[in-house]
Design a protein around this ligand. Structure first.
Ligand code: FEO
Length: 394
C-alpha cells in the first residue's frame, strides 16, 4: 500500500517483514527490511527506485493503483543493485521508452544484470531535471556502496533521496524515524553501517562534507531501506560522520570457538581479568559457533580491542573463526587493537595463525597471544586472568 509523504511525494515501496537473510547468507536481517520507492507528482511524474525482484509484480500492480503508468515521465535509479532495480523489467514491459536517469556506472550495472537496451540518460553530479514546480539535482556518490550509487535532491521540499546511505534493515509500518523505538532503530542503523557501509568510511566523510559545502537545506532524508528521517534528519548524518571516523566505544569483544570448552574457559578467564583491571569497559564474549555473524561484526565495529580464540584443529583454526576473520578483513576497520588465544593438544598453530590474520585485518597486535595445552588448570586460568589484565591496560 502506498503512503503519502507530502503533497508531491508518495512512498510506493514494499515492506518485507519476512526477510531474514540478505546478500545471500552474508547479512542477517532479523527485523526484516523495506525497499523504498518514491513517486513524485508534479507537472512531470517521476518514480525513484523500485523494489526487490520477488515483489516486482506486486509493485507494478500497486503502482497502477496510484498512477496510470503511461503518465510516469521519468524513472530515476539511484543504485542498480537488485533490491532497488528488481522490478524494472516488469515495469519497463509496460512503459519501455520511459527514460531512466542514473549514473554512467548504473547504466553498466543495469545492463550487466538485465541485458536490456532501455532509454538510459546518464547523469553526473550537478545535473538537474526540472519537473515543474520542483527541480531534481543529482549527486553521484560512488562507493556508497557501489560505484553506481547517486543521491537525488528535490528542492523546495528539501528532500534528499539517499538510497542505501542512512538506511536500516528494519521493517515497520510507521515509515518515519520519529515514530519507532529509538534504541531498536539505532541498533539496526549501526548494524547496517558496520556490515555494509563501513568499508567505505572515507567516501562517507568526503561525500557528507561535499553536500555540506553545497549549502542545500535538508528537511527529510528518504532512504531506500527502513525509515525516513524527518525530525532533525541530520542526526543520522552526524552519526555517519562519527562512525566513519575510526569509530570505537569503550568495549572489548572476545570472539572464540571451542571444541571441548577449553578455549571457552580461557575466554571467560580473560574476560574476568579485563573486568578486574577496568570495571568501566563493556566486555562481550561471543561464541562464533552460536552467535550471528552480523551481530558479531557489529560488536567488532564498536570495540576498541578484540580477542579471537580457537582450538587448534588439523594444524589450523576452526571453521567459524575463519569465516568471521574473512568478514572482519573485508570491513577494513581502523584504529583497533587485537590479540589471539586458544587451547591445543599437540601442535597448537591456531593462536599464531589467528594473530597473523588479525594483522592482515589491519589491527595492531597487543602481543603474540596466549596458548594453553589441554585443559587449563588453576595456574593456567590465573595466567589467562593476568593476560586479560594486560589487555585492559593496553
Ligand atoms: Fe539496498 Fe545496495 O542495495
Amino acid at each position: 500500500m502506498s503512503k503519502k509523504i507530502n503533497e508531491y511525494v508518495t512512498w510506493v515501496g514494499k515492506i518485507d517483514w519476512e526477510l531474514k537473510k540478505f546478500h545471500g547468507d552474508e547479512f542477517t536481517t532479523i527485523k526484516g527490511s523495506s525497499y523504498n520507492s518514491y513517486l513524485i507528482r508534479d507537472e512531470k511524474n517521476v518514480l525513484i527506485d523500485t523494489v526487490w525482484l520477488p515483489y516486482d509484480k506486486e509493485f507494478v500492480a500497486n503502482l497502477k493503483k496510484e498512477i496510470d503508468l503511461q503518465k510516469i515521465d521519468y524513472i530515476i535509479i539511484n543504485h542498480g543493485e537488485v533490491d532497488h532495480s528488481g522490478a524494472l523489467v516488469e515495469l519497463m514491459r509496460e512503459i519501455p521508452n520511459t527514460p531512466i536517469y542514473c549514473t554512467a556506472n548504473a547504466v553498466k550495472s543495469l545492463k550487466g544484470q538485465y541485458h536490456q537496451e532501455w532509454n538510459f540518460v546518464p547523469v553526473k553530479t550537478g545535473d538537474t531535471l526540472n519537473i515543474g514546480k520542483h527541480t531534481l539535482t543529482f549527486i553521484e556518490a560512488p562507493m556508497l556502496h557501489w560505484p553506481d550509487t547517486m543521491f537525488t535532491y528535490m528542492d523546495k521540499e528539501n528532500i534528499l533521496f539517499s538510497n542505501d546511505a542512512f538506511g536500516q534493515h528494519y521493517a515497520t509500518e510507521s515509515l518515519y524515524a520519529d515514530k519507532v523505538n529509538q534504541a531498536e532503530l539505532y541498533e539496526e542503523a549501526i548494524k547496517y553501517y558496520a556490515n555494509i557501509v563501513a568499508p567505505f568510511g572515507m567516501f562517507v566523510t568526503k561525500k557528507i562534507q561535499e553536500i555540506q559545502q553545497m549549502h542545500i537545506p535538508i528537511d527529510m532524508i528518504c532512504t531506500s531501506h527502513g525509515v525516513i528521517w524527518r525530525e532533525n534528519p541530520m542526526q543520522i548524518v552526524q552519526k555517519y560522520l562519527e562512525w566513519a571516523s575510526a569509530y570505537q566505544e569503550n568495549q572489548i569483544t572476545i570472539i572464540y570457538d571451542t571444541m571441548w570448552n577449553n578455549t571457552r574457559k580461557m575466554a571467560e578467564a580473560i574476560a574476568k581479568g579485563i573486568y578486574e583491571q577496568d570495571k568501566q569497559i563493556t566486555i562481550k564474549l561471543m561464541n562464533m559457533a552460536k552467535e550471528d555473524k552480523t551481530d558479531v561484526l557489529t560488536e567488532v565495529f564498536k570495540s576498541k580491542t578484540i580477542l579471537v580464540g580457537s582450538s587448534t584443529v588439523n594444524n589450523g583454526y576452526l571453521f567459524s573463526i575463519a569465516g568471521i576473520l574473512e568478514l572482519i578483513k573485508g570491513t577494513k576497520l581502523k584504529n583497533k587493537k587485537a590479540t589471539a588465544f586458544g587451547s591445543y593438544g599437540w601442535s597448537g598453530e591456531a593462536t599464531k595463525q589467528i594473530a597473523e590474520e588479525l594483522q592482515k585485518c589491519g589491527f595492531s597486535l597487543i602481543n603474540e597471544g596466549i596458548r594453553c595445552q589441554w585443559t587449563p588448570d588453576e595456574q593456567t586460568i590465573q595466567k589467562c586472568i593476568d593476560f586479560g589484565k594486560e589487555i585492559a591496560k593496553a
